[in-house]
Write a protein that binds this ligand. Sequence first.
Ligand SMILES: O=C[C@H](O)[C@H](O)COP(=O)(O)O
Ligand SMILES: C=C(OP(=O)(O)O)C(=O)O
Length: 348
Amino acid sequence: MTIKTDEFRTSLIDHLISPAQLARDIPMTDDIAEFIIQSRKDIEKIISGEDKRLLVVIGPCSIHDPEAALDYAQKLKVFQEQYKDELYIVMRVYFEKPRTTVGWKGLISDPDLDKSFNVEKGLHLARDLLVKINAMGLPAATEFLDMVTGQYISDLISWGAIGARTTESQVHRELASALSCPVGFKNGTDGNVKIAIDAIHASRVPHVLYSPDKTGQMCIYRTAGNPFAHVILRGGKEPNYAQEHVTHACQQLDNAKLTPSIMVDCSHGNSEKNHAKQINVSLDLAEQIKGGSTNIFGVMIESFLVEGNQKVVDVNDLIYGQSITDACVNLQQSEEILNILQDAIKAR
Ligand SMILES: O=C[C@H](O)[C@H](O)COP(=O)(O)O
Ligand SMILES: C=C(OP(=O)(O)O)C(=O)O
């Protein structure tokens, strides 16, 4: 069939492997499946307040080097054991980056970091890494940005985020209503928390979602609604992690007849893009927790092997274990933050 009026601005790059074929290439074991189901339940209990530990979503801003990510996961596994009575650690394993304007959009989109867009390779690397991290006994967190690629990896995710740039998007709210894991909605980049509260309302109820199924066939799904959607305060024009902001957000949730409990992102607008300030943010959160607050059920931290970030000038000349997107704290600084948070939970 010839369509004369369409595809003026596209050219076909390639056909893509189906999610089912990718899962056959990189399967998960029954043990991993059980681990993920249990991790999601554990996180749900923390969100609902039944489990008093603090959920800590920590890891690189983005994954660009699976080897370094696995190296980081091994180090995080030690922390997981060390802090397990007070902190429930989930690794940030982010493969898709929303850009303010343009830039590298993540490992799935461009795994070779050279605009060659070998998406099939990116999907294989992403799924393989998630299987390995889960097999280590570390639950994985990711941002769901693309409406299609989630079908390739969502079975391996224990906690999901909808980012500040997409919280107000109807299709992302519909996607959250379909996801099998708990989902956090960031406040907008300008600091608007109401859009995240609206997103919780929207994603709690059933929707009709158009999506490929695991074979790649386009389908119409009825979604069940996600009962574990929540707000993430990430700052905006100004930081919004202080007690007054947390109280205000919780009042807004309460007025909207939603559970007044939130996650705070120590990075992004809250660190004013200065990674080291994540320590100050966690100190403030620790004071709130020590003061008896149960409003904060979770925190997010951007952390990697090496402090800071780097620009990709030559892909063969990158500093191992350092972010190529937002700057991160290193392992020593991460341990400092985890100690601060552990002490706060103990004191409460
Ligand atoms: O978390 C990462 C970044 O803050 C987000 O992807 C936006 O990045 P950019 O402003 O560099 O495009
Ligand atoms: C992009 C991210 O955050 P935000 O949506 O808050 O900018 C992120 O957490 O990687």
